[in-house]
Design a protein. Structure first.
Length: 132
């Protein structure tokens, strides 16, 4: 049996693929998208970020797995590293992105903050706490 040890696509279910595409282009300053069949694909490092319309998601899973209600709260958090969490918070503010929490120093040596996308998905980002 062949096993994969890497993730190459992250799919987020969204209400409005155009709105979400514009949000993620602002946040991550990504270029190029592939659109069709209720989906938008954005390059994201070594992986792809796929934004899939909720109706298309239900259809794709043949109705066998229900799509959760985004107003019921988050059930997952995605994360990435930055050089300076405080500076990235400031940069996001200039791009019209609200910070949901932080920045806060964590006992394991990271300074973290997070934001929510228009569909309630939470993204945490962080940097090492500078040594004094």
């Amino acid at each position: 049996m062949t096993q994969s040890q890497s993730v190459n696509v992250i799919t987020l279910f969204v209400e409005d693929t155009s709105r979400s595409k514009e949000f993620y282009k602002r946040v991550f300053d990504v270029a190029g998208t592939d659109e069709g069949h209720g989906t938008v694909i954005l390059p994201f490092g070594n992986a792809l970020l796929r934004l899939l319309g909720r109706a298309e998601a239900e259809s794709e899973m043949l109705g066998q797995v229900p799509v959760g209600d985004p107003s019921s709260g988050t059930t997952a958090q995605l994360g990435f590293g930055v050089d300076d969490a405080d500076a990235f918070c400031a940069e996001l503010a200039t791009r019209g992105v609200s910070i949901a929490y932080g920045p806060v120093d964590r006992p394991w040596g990271r300074r973290n903050a997070g934001f929510r996308d228009p569909d309630g998905h939470v993204w945490q980002f962080g940097s090492d706490i500078p040594a004094n």
